[in-house]
Design a protein around this ligand. Structure first.
Ligand code: MN
Ligand code: MN
Length: 478
C-alpha cells in the first residue's frame, strides 16, 4: 500500500501568501462577529440607494459629520465626514494629520449590482390567463437563465405626482419568473444556446391573478395590481414612470458549508468592498494621511452618469474638502491633491471554481480563503481597457500589506484569451492618480447568489483599515 506523503513541500514565494492563519488575529471571534454584521448589511442593502442610506446612517451614528448639512466644525485630525451624491453615491473619510495637499489614501468601490429593472410601463395583463405581469429590462451583465423560478422582491423609489418620494424597501411581496417545465420545453427551448435559454423579453414576472374579460382593452388584473400599489403607496400608474424600481432576489444572506466558512448572498459584487471600507474606516481613528472612500453607482453598466465613476463627483468632493480647510480650491490645488493621492480600486474577483478550473491559469488565479488579491491589471485580450498599475504602485501596496500582516495573492481574471472584465480603476487613473486594483475572491459573480469566504472579508477589512490608517506610498520615479 502506498502511504500518502504528508510532508509539506517548501513554500514558494507565490504560494506562501495563500495561507491564511488564525495566529494573526488578536481576537478570533472578531471575523465571525464582523460577518454577522455584514450579512445584516447585505440584507438591508439590495440597491445602491439602500446602501447609501445605510452607510450614511452608520457613519452618522459614529460621529461622522454630513458635509452637506451646513454645520462644518473646524477640521481636526481624525474627524470623520461624509457627503452623499443624489442618494446613489457617497464619499466619506477622516481628516489627516498631514496637509491634504500631500495627497490622500483613497479607496473606491461600487454599490450597484446586476438586477432586473422594471420597464417604464411595466404592468401588463394576459388576456388568456388573467395573470398580471411585470415586464423587466435587465441591468448589468447577467446570465438571464439564473433569474427564473426564484423568489424576487421589489425595491426602489417612486416619485409621486405630489412630489412625495416613496421608498419601496421592506415589502413582503414576492414575484417569480416562471420557466417552462421540461415536459414541454423540448421544441421551443431545449435547443437554444445557454445564454438564450431565457431571453430578455422573457424575463417577465408573475405579479397577480384575476378573472378574464375577453372584451376589455385592458385586463381587470391590471386594475387589481394598480389598486394594490395605490393602497400601499398612494401611487397612480403614471407615478410608476418616475421611478427607479427593480426586482432583486428575496432570500436573505446565509452561511454556506459544513464549516460555515463561506457566505452566500445576492449583491456581494461590490457591496463586500463597501462594507469592508466602511468598517475599516470606522475602526481606524488614527490620523495619518487623509483617508477617503468613495462609493459609485452605475459600474455594472459602464460608470456613466452623474453618480458613476466617470462623473465629477470626486472632484466636487475634494474641492469641498479644500474649501473646508480654508484653501482657495482652485484647479491647481485639486491637481496637486489628485496627483499625490494613492487609490485602491476595490472590487470582487473571480475565485477559482473547482468545477471550471480550466478557465484559469491556476498560478495567477485567486483562491477563496487565501486573502485579498492584488490585481495589477484587468481588461481583456492584450490588456485592453485597464489601468495597468506600475511596478512602483505594486511595490507600495505589497510592502504595506506585508508590513501589516495581511494575507494577499496575485490575480488575473482568467486565461489570457478567455474573457475579461474591468473596474472603475481606469476612470480614476485618468485623473492623474496612482490607482491599483485590489479584490475579494468570489464565486458565481453576477449570479443571484454570490459566494465569498469569511476569511477574505476579514482580510479585506484589515487591509483597508491599515490602508486608511498608516499607508504611505513609496516615492514615484521623477
Ligand atoms: Mn464589481
Ligand atoms: Mn460586477
Amino acid at each position: 500500500m502506498v502511504k500518502p506523503n504528508l510532508k509539506r513541500k517548501p513554500m514558494e514565494p507565490h504560494t506562501w501568501k495563500r495561507r491564511w492563519s488564525r495566529e494573526k488575529i488578536d481576537d478570533p471571534s472578531l471575523p465571525e462577529r464582523m460577518c454577522e454584521e455584514y450579512k445584516s448589511f447585505l440584507d438591508t442593502c439590495r440597491t445602491e440607494r439602500e446602501c447609501v442610506q445605510r452607510i450614511g446612517g452608520i457613519l452618522s451614528e459614529h460621529g461622522f459629520i454630513d458635509l452637506a448639512s451646513g454645520q462644518r466644525p473646524p477640521p481636526r485630525p481624525g474627524l470623520g465626514f461624509y457627503m452623499i451624491n443624489r442618494g446613489s453615491g457617497i464619499a466619506f473619510g477622516r481628516v489627516g494629520s498631514t496637509d491634504i495637499m500631500e495627497g490622500t489614501n483613497i479607496l473606491a468601490f461600487h454599490m450597484d449590482s446586476p438586477r432586473l429593472d422594471l420597464k417604464p410601463l411595466p404592468l401588463d395583463g394576459d388576456a388568456d390567463t388573467g395573470l398580471g405581469l411585470i415586464r423587466t429590462h435587465y441591468y448589468g451583465g447577467i446570465k438571464k437563465y439564473h433569474w427564473v423560478n426564484i423568489p424576487l422582491t421589489m425595491r426602489g423609489t417612486i416619485r409621486r405626482s405630489d412630489g412625495v418620494t416613496i421608498d419601496v424597501a421592506k415589502d413582503r411581496w414576492t414575484f417569480v419568473i416562471p420557466d417552462l417545465e421540461p415536459h414541454l420545453s423540448h421544441k421551443v427551448q431545449d435547443h437554444r444556446k445557454l445564454p438564450d435559454g431565457i431571453t430578455g423579453e422573457e424575463l417577465v414576472a408573475l405579479a397577480a391573478q384575476a378573472g378574464v374579460d375577453e372584451d376589455a382593452e385592458r385586463q381587470p388584473v391590471v386594475g387589481a395590481m394598480l389598486r394594490a400599489l395605490s393602497e400601499r403607496y398612494g401611487t397612480t400608474e403614471e407615478d410608476l414612470i418616475s421611478s427607479d424600481l427593480c426586482l432583486v432576489p428575496e432570500y436573505p444572506p446565509r452561511d454556506v458549508g459544513l464549516d460555515r466558512g463561506l457566505i452566500g448572498a445576492y449583491g456581494q459584487d461590490d457591496r463586500v468592498s463597501a462594507f469592508c471600507a466602511l468598517k475599516g474606516m470606522i475602526d481606524t481613528p488614527e490620523a495619518g494621511r487623509w483617508a477617503l472612500a468613495i462609493g459609485f453607482d452605475k459600474e455594472e453598466i459602464g460608470s456613466d452618469g452623474p453618480t458613476g465613476a466617470k462623473s465629477a463627483f470626486l472632484e466636487s468632493f475634494i474641492y469641498g474638502l479644500l474649501e473646508w480647510m480654508g484653501r482657495p480650491g482652485s484647479r491647481r490645488e485639486l491637481n496637486s491633491v489628485m496627483s499625490r493621492s494613492f487609490c485602491i480600486s476595490s472590487d470582487v474577483k473571480a475565485a477559482v471554481n473547482p468545477i471550471f478550473k480550466g478557465v484559469h491559469d491556476i498560478q495567477n488565479a485567486a483562491r477563496a480563503g487565501s486573502g485579498i488579491t492584488i490585481t495589477k491589471y484587468t481588461g481583456s485580450g492584450g490588456k485592453v481597457g485597464t489601468n495597468d498599475a506600475s511596478a512602483e504602485m505594486v511595490y507600495s501596496l505589497r510592502s504595506h500589506l506585508n508590513g501589516n500582516g495581511v494575507a494577499w495573492q496575485m490575480q488575473e481574471t482568467g486565461k489570457v484569451d478567455e474573457g475579461g472584465g474591468g473596474t472603475v480603476a481606469r476612470f480614476l487613473a485618468s485623473r492623474n492618480m496612482d490607482v491599483i486594483d485590489v479584490g475579494i475572491p468570489l464565486f458565481s459573480m453576477h449570479s443571484k447568489y454570490e459566494v465569498v469566504s469569511k476569511a477574505d472579508i476579514y482580510m479585506a477589512y484589515r487591509a483597508f483599515g491599515t490602508f486608511f490608517g498608516n499607508f504611505r506610498p513609496s516615492r514615484p520615479p521623477s
